[in-house]
Write a protein that binds this ligand. Structure first.
Ligand SMILES: O=C[C@H](O)COP(=O)(O)O
Length: 309
């Protein structure tokens, strides 16, 4: 849709209230035993298993894809009553040049390959090159594109400029799903986070995503709450369902639980599915697998046994 500043200008986000609300999420609630195991299995379904490192190689991507196809060891799958191959992660997320390796390694599995693009992580490249990067990654087989927004346009509140860029990126994605990374740790205020979320959705983002994992502050609950309220307001105004992807710095199973509690309370059960919710994480699956192994066997394995991902 065209830019509609009326949907966000004049909105004020109360940071103290957002922080208070988030502090209650895990303090007052807990999910235990079989319920906790079920929520952790659900978290695995929703992970965009990620490697975004300068030393990525075909070998590393192949190993990551093997983990994506079979995220839990056989005895944990069996202990949870899962059939072999029943559980996979939501997607594998890589840099553009790694897309062909991931596509090959995931052939026949139905697991989509997501590629970051548009000069990830800063986005400080001429627009025509950022658009070309999207088209290249899609041509290599990426089914999902994680774009980064131009922070300068958001910080100077040039909402029309930001809308135009994101809309051009949406068009370059073609049939691929587009996730818009707001890099919220660099947007200064929760008001800017709310406004940038709205602009990204108005410009056609299928998902809004918190962070690249490369900012000094990445996914936090108050920022996520702000984005979810924008997503909910946008949905009520337009009837469109947009997905949410917290990303960056999440390493523990208890974080997977906290974010799912937030999703369920703010948006309901529909948002606990991979078509509307993903975790962007390079190193959270290991702890989830460790907790599930404890549930199944009653013993904690050394974390070195769950080193990958
Ligand atoms: O999009 C995903 C993030 O880059 C992952 O960040 P992380 O390596 O801190 O888990």
């Amino acid at each position: 849709m065209a830019l509609d500043v009326g949907m966000f200008e004049g909105h004020r986000v109360n940071r103290a209230a957002a922080e208070r609300r988030c502090a209650t999420l895990t303090a007052r609630r807990s999910v235990k035993k079989a319920h906790q195991a079920a929520w952790l299995v659900n978290a695995v379904r929703c992970i965009d298993l990620t490697t975004l490192a300068g030393d990525d190689t075909e070998g590393r991507v192949k190993r990551l894809c093997a983990k994506a196809r079979k995220p839990l060891a056989s005895h944990i799958e069996a202990g949870l009553g899962l059939s072999p191959g029943e559980l996979t992660v939501g997607a594998v997320c890589v840099y553009p040049t790694m897309v062909p390796h991931a596509v090959k390694a995931l052939e026949g599995t139905g697991i989509p390959v997501a590629s970051v693009a548009t000069g990830f992580p800063t986005g400080l490249m001429p627009l025509h090159l950022r658009l070309e990067e999207i088209r290249w990654a899609v041509a290599q087989g990426a089914a999902e594109i994680d774009i980064v927004i131009n922070r300068e346009l958001a910080l100077t509140r040039n909402w029309q400029g930001l809308h135009d860029e994101i809309a051009a990126m949406r068009e370059a994605c073609g049939d691929a799903h587009m996730k818009a990374i707001l890099a919220t740790g660099e947007l200064e205020t929760l008001n800017n986070v709310y406004s940038a979320s709205m602009v990204a959705m108005q410009a056609g983002a299928d998902f809004i995503k918190t962070s690249t994992g490369k900012e000094s502050v990445n996914a936090t609950l108050p920022v996520s709450l702000t984005m979810l309220r924008a997503l909910r307001d946008y949905g009520m105004a337009t009837g469109h369902r947009i997905g949410f992807k917290p990303a960056g710095g999440m390493k523990q199973a208890k974080e997977a639980l906290a974010w799912q509690i937030l999703m369920k309370e703010e948006l309901g059960r529909d948002w606990l599915n991979p078509d509307l919710f993903r975790f962007g994480a390079s190193s959270m699956l290991g702890d989830i697998e460790r907790q599930l192994e404890h549930y199944v066997t009653g013993r904690y394995a050394d974390s070195s046994r769950h080193a990958l991902a």
